[in-house]
Design a protein around this ligand. Structure first.
Ligand SMILES: Cc1ncc(COP(=O)(O)O)c(C=O)c1O
Length: 413
């Protein structure tokens, strides 16, 4: 048990043993995986759920009357119930399965915004958005003659909330905000943002790509209109994600994609749409990965998000202290409320060179713009080196990274 884990129930070694990849070596060194904000590793239960589906009950869902189809349908729909509980959504039909946050944002953009945001209307995002929460709105703005406005980011990596309140007005139709920044770690005050946006009459979308794994989620308490997360960042499989939407809004939205499953009746003259959530799930969905998402969410719930978050925050504080102690290191994103993301630049060392040298030590970090080019421009840097921590990481692994950074500085400067 690590000295950093304060919860008695949080058994770090037992958790590590559930992730097969953590026992492998990279470049002859034990793997230190600090690229968790990009994607988390998968526990054995998730891998087993995938194998189990393909080896025992692979079948297409919903319209089958044979046993395998019934089993597959039951497993697929059971994930919807689990996601509903995970987000505390009021209704199961408010949970739509997508390929991930990117598709979820595009669904809202092409279905809701395309039909509701008119010429001269405004959409508001923040300066710390991931490209997937910028580009879809830009496409709609161009299509409909609307305007995309941006809430600036302060030097510590928090949002300029005064500017946010000033930017909100009666033309603001949509506010789409990242809950926790993948590049800075900043946790944004989304409840305040949602309440203010609703007062102004705007609809609010929350990008939960980085928050769903760390923070307790309650979409009813938040009162957001849309919330999105990706399975692969919550210890689940890639190519699978969720869009939560309020039923009252989803019901009035046109379909995003046409095809099988999303229809009630098709004639050559006219087609009508299926009920929620199927109206938004065209074609054969990603059944195996949806089934495995349930295993991932059950796993996270069993460990306990609060205990994991406490451990990850302790790791973040330790890493921050160690990084600050290196003269040439400058931290990017120093908000008090953060998820476990440590982003930094080393004066005179290109992030990519640092990343390559860390990989020689078996340490996986991410380098570059993290799909947040406007944010990097705001800080006047081409990119950062980012270490992001998950429940299975240890203090000793941070020591390995810090030694690697010091070695890289000696070699590269
Ligand atoms: C904050 C944030 N938003 C959106 C995304 C996009 O997620 P996905 O690529 O799973 O669709 C990411 C992924 O890195 C992210 O970190």
């Amino acid at each position: 048990m690590s000295e950093l884990s304060t919860s008695v129930a949080f058994d770090l070694q037992a958790i590590r043993q559930q992730f097969p990849v953590l026992s492998r070596q990279v470049k002859g060194k034990p793997l230190v995986y600090f690229d968790n904000a990009a994607t988390t590793q998968k526990p054995q239960v998730v891998i087993d759920a995938l194998t189990d589906y393909y080896s025992r009950y692979n079948a297409n869902i919903h319209r089958g009357i044979h046993s395998l189809a019934e089993e597959a349908t039951a497993a697929y729909e059971a994930t919807r119930d689990t996601v509903q509980q995970f987000l505390n959504a009021a209704h199961r039909e408010e949970i739509i399965f997508t390929r991930g946050v990117t598709e979820s944002v595009n669904l809202v953009a092409y279905s809701w915004a395309r039909t509701n945001v008119k010429a001269g209307d405004e959409m508001l995002v923040t300066g710390m958005e991931h490209h997937s929460n910028i580009v879809p709105w830009q496409l709609i703005a161009e299509m409909n003659g609307a305007i995309l406005r941006v809430v600036p980011v302060l030097d510590d990596g928090t949002l300029d909330m005064e500017a946010f309140y000033a930017l909100l007005n009666e033309r603001t139709k949509l506010v789409s905000v990242v809950h926790a920044s993948n590049a800075l770690g900043t946790i944004n005050p989304v409840k305040k943002i949602i309440d203010a946006a609703h007062k102004a009459g705007a609809v609010v979308m929350v990008d939960g790509a980085q928050s769903a794994v760390h923070l307790d989620m309650d979409v009813q308490m938040l009162d957001c209109d849309f919330f999105a997360f990706s399975a692969h960042k919550v210890y689940g499989p890639t190519g699978m994600g969720v869009l939560y939407g309020k039923r009252s809004i989803l019901e009035h939205m046109p379909p995003f994609m046409g095809g099988g499953e999303m229809i009630r009746e098709v004639t050559f003259e006219k087609s009508t749409w299926n009920d929620l959530p199927y109206k938004f799930e065209a074609g054969t969905p990603n059944i195996a990965d949806t089934v495995a998402l349930k295993a991932a969410l059950d796993f996270v719930t069993r460990i306990g998000k609060a205990a994991a978050h406490q451990h990850e925050t302790a790791l973040l504080h330790y890493a921050t202290e160690q990084l600050r102690a290196i003269t040439d290191v400058r931290l990017i994103g120093t908000a008090t409320e953060k998820v476990s993301v440590a982003s930094f630049v080393v004066e005179g060392v290109h992030p990519q060179d640092l990343g390559i040298l860390l990989d020689q030590q078996g340490v996986a970090v991410r380098t570059g713009h993290h799909c947040t080019q406007p944010l990097m421009a705001r800080f006047g840097i081409p990119g950062t080196t980012r270490a992001s921590f998950a429940m299975y990481n240890t203090k000793e692994e941070i020591d390995v990274m810090i030694a690697g950074i010091q070695k890289a500085i000696r070699l590269l400067k």
